[in-house]
Each structure stands twice: as structure tokens, then as C-alpha cells.
Design a protein around this ligand. Structure first.
Ligand SMILES: Cc1ncc(COP(=O)(O)O)c(C=O)c1O
Length: 412
């Protein structure tokens, strides 16, 4: 992050003063740095596609449209948010294993760039709707490889999954999709694992993608316009997590990418890296203020104004098997005199806990705590309606200052 922690803390304090807490604060310069870093590491071989699911905040979406090539949405709601934020639907792809007919229809009507079809059933439905609308719709086919290397936080292939067409049966299923008159298969898509910090596992995964892409393209005599690589690039969330070595990922794969591109069939193919958290995760902080402090049976407990209702992943209830504290700091605190403290939210449930036994400078009433790694899967992954507290504010910081980009969530 440009400017270092002191600048970040000043910005966080300003945001809390101006907008109140709990608040998410997103730093645009940090997202930009990430986008540039990705382009530099892979030598421009990949265009970037932003997965809206990681953070569909309209301010973030709007800012991103000038910084990444494509947008990937996984519901019609995300497509509406993207269009509302000024994205041309042509730059959007629509993934998701359970697209409903009205979603397919609205996406096609709005001119979505590609539907990422995940089953023959869905392709048949899309073909019928495209025919009714008098369109030929571009599609990519999502394929689920048989294997995902160890090291991914969540796996969307390599075991029984709802996502995409399993490679084991793709040669029964793909011809049925290629045959549909109102769909034009122009690309292939694989997203098989997320949140990986091991460069070797990521580049091995990409090699698997390349093998599948090559096999399908050769078998069906097809020159894909786009091949989408689900990035799997992870970020450090916890003490002891080493940041991902992006150069090591790149050096493990660029030769294979170049070999692929040197084949005539792929010379015009655009390679796309689809990702969310690596771009925006570390650019965001969740800011919560300590309402009161209680010493209870030997533990110091700080009760904060936002908890799992605002940030489910930090509470450990978003796929974490054993809760580990997110990285966090006390805004304006030094590293001297660290003490163990439990941070809980305002909800009447013992699972509303942001941190257990985290070491922070002594926490007092009124202190501000900043939870790191909160720019992706923060608010969007949280049960904000539980116990009916007002939704947190959201602030985007760019070169012009701080902007209130708070979303409305109904009558809270
Ligand atoms: C299809 C698809 N694309 C993109 C993503 C974004 O993943 P990440 O935020 O880890 O980059 C996911 C995450 O689950 C996904 O399922």
C-alpha cells in the first residue's frame, strides 16, 4: 500500500470520523497496484476479469471498469450492479451453476458478453431463450477438471461438484452444446480452486487447464476466442501466512502459455485471468469501534459495533474449519505493550466473535480496530439482516478523497 501504515491509519481515522462505524474502507490505489503487479508478473499475457462476487460494491465496480478488461458476474443481481456502475454488458461473463430462466433471459436481452454454460441443461435453456429473442448468444463452456492440486482453500473440481461439466463426461456432453443453433461456443472456462498461497500448486493447476483447453479445442476443431483461467491466487489472512510469490507462479507457467499461443489454433486466443480477492482483498479494511470492554473470568473482551453480521468471514463462519484470527490492528496503536483480547460483535450470540486471544495494544472503549484482508468477501458474504443492526458504511478512497459508496439494504 502506497504511503505506509501511518497514512492508512490517518485515512481510517478520517473515514470513521466522517462516516461513522462500522465501516468498510477500500483503497483504490492498492487495487491499482495489484492490477499493475499482475500485468507485470505475467508480462501482459492475461487480460483480467474481475469476479464481482468478491466485492460488488457499486463504487468499487465503477472504479474497476477503467482498470480491468472484463467483469464476471454470478447472478442477475451482479449483472444489474455492473450495468448500474457503468459497465457495458458486452464486457461481462455470467457464471454460476444454478442460473434461472429469467436470469438467462435478462442477461441475453441486455447483451451479456458471454454466458458461461455449466451444463447441457442450461445450454439447452439458453439456446431456447436466445431463439425466442432472435439472437445467437456467445457462450463459454465451463469444465471441471478431474484433479486440483493440494493447497486451495476451496475446491470447485477434482471431486463431486455442482460446477461445470466434469472432464470425465465432457465428450458425451460437449457435442450437444456445440450443436445448439442459437449458441456460439467461443471459449472455455475453468475455475477449480480458490485462495491458494502455493505458487507451484497454482501453476500446476494452470497446466491442467491448458491440457483440458488443448484437448477440447483439438477434438472439436475449434479455435477459442477466449480461454478463462480461474486464478486461485490467494492472499494472507492470518499471522504466519506468507504472501503469495506471484513471480514464482508466473515463472511456473509462462513457457506453457507461450507454447499454447504459438500454436496456430490459439494464436488469436485471448487468455483471461478471472479473480477477485487477489485484486481487492488486501485493499480493504473493516473498521469497527469498541463500544465497551469487559473483564470476564480472566479474559478481556472488547465488544465492538460490528461483528459477524458485517464480516462473516472474519468471524470464521465462512468455510473456515478452525477459527483463526484475521490480521488486524488497533488504529493509531503502537506495537508496544501488546495484550491478549477477545473481540466480539454486538449480536446476542456467542458465535459473534471477530478475534479470540488476539494480541493488540491495550484495547479501551472508543478504540478503532481495523480488520485487514476485508476488501473481498466482507460485506457481500455477511448476514447483515441478522439482529437488524443498520448496515455498515462503505468508503472508497481514491486520489480525489474519500467517497461514501454505502449500499442500501432495505429497511435497516
Ligand atoms: C467462478 C468463480 N470465479 C471467480 C471466483 C473468484 O475467486 P477469488 O476471489 O478467490 O479470486 C470464484 C470464487 O469462488 C468463482 O467461483
Amino acid at each position: 500500500m502506497a504511503g505506509g501504515i501511518a497514512t492508512i491509519d490517518q485515512q481510517l481515522e478520517n473515514a470513521a470520523r466522517a462516516f461513522g462505524t462500522p465501516t468498510y474502507v477500500y483503497f483504490a490505489d492498492a487495487i491499482e497496484t495489484r492490477a499493475q503487479r499482475l500485468q507485470a508478473a505475467f508480462g501482459g499475457r492475461f487480460a483480467l476479469s474481475y469476479a464481482a462476487k468478491s466485492n460488488p460494491n457499486p463504487g468499487v465496480l465503477s472504479w474497476l471498469k477503467a482498470h480491468v478488461a472484463f467483469l464476471d458476474v454470478s447472478s442477475i443481481g451482479e449483472l444489474r450492479l455492473g450495468i448500474g456502475a457503468g459497465w457495458d454488458a458486452k464486457r461481462a461473463s455470467f457464471t454460476g451453476p444454478g442460473k434461472r430462466e429469467f436470469e438467462l433471459r435478462e442477461a441475453i436481452e441486455n447483451g451479456v458478453g458471454e454466458l458461461v454454460v455449466e451444463s447441457v441443461r442450461e445450454a439447452i435453456a439458453a439456446d431456447r431463450i436466445a431463439a425466442l429473442l432472435g439472437r445467437v448468444q456467445d457462450v463459454m463452456i465451463r469444465i471441471a477438471p478431474a484433479r486440483v492440486p493440494k493447497g486451495f482453500g476451496d475446491q470447485m473440481a477434482g471431486r463431486p461438484v455442482a460446477f461445470g461439466i466434469d472432464v470425465e463426461c465432457m465428450h458425451d456432453e460437449l457435442p450437444k452444446i456445440f450443436a445448439l443453433a442459437n449458441l456460439r461456443v467461443m471459449g472455455l472456462h475453468i475455475y477449480s480452486g480458490t485462495q491458494c498461497l502455493k505458487p507451484d500448486a497454482i501453476s500446476e493447476n494452470y497446466r491442467t487447464f491448458i491440457a483440458v483447453f488443448r484437448e477440447v479445442s483439438e477434438r472439436y476443431g475449434f479455435s477459442p476466442e477466449k480461454l478463462v483461467f480461474g486464478s486461485g491466487l490467494g492472499i494472507p489472512y492470518h499471522n504466519g501466512d506468507a504472501p503469495l510469490d506471484l513471480d514464482a507462479v508466473a515463472s511456473g507457467i509462462v513457457d506453457e502459455l507461450d507454447a499454447l499461443k504459438s500454436e496456430p489454433r490459439f494464436s488469436g486466443t485471448q487468455l483471461v485471468l478471472e479473480l477477485g480477492r487477489y485484486l481487492v482483498g488486501e485493499a480493504g479494511y473493516f473498521l469497527t469501534r469498541v463500544i465497551s470492554v469487559k473483564d470476564s473470568r480472566g479474559s478481556r473482551i472488547a465488544i465492538c459495533d460490528g461483528g459477524m453480521n458485517n464480516h462473516l468471514p472474519a468471524s470464521g463462519h465462512f468455510g473456515m474449519v478452525i477459527h483463526r484470527n484475521y490480521l488486524m490492528h488497533k488504529v493509531g496503536g503502537s506495537d508496544a505493550g501488546l495484550e491478549k483480547v477477545d473481540l466480539v460483535g454486538p449480536l446476542c450470540t456467542s458465535i459473534d466473535r471477530l478475534a479470540s486471544g488476539v494480541m493488540l495494544p491495550r484495547v479501551e472503549e472508543g478504540d478503532l480496530i481495523a480488520v485487514h484482508g476485508s476488501g473481498a468477501y466482507g460485506l457481500t458474504a455477511s448476514p447483515i439482516h441478522f439482529i437488524s443492526h443498520a448496515a455498515p458504511r462503505e468508503v472508497l478512497v481514491d486520489q480525489y478523497g474519500q467517497h461514501d459508496v454505502t449500499r442500501a439494504f432495505g429497511a435497516l
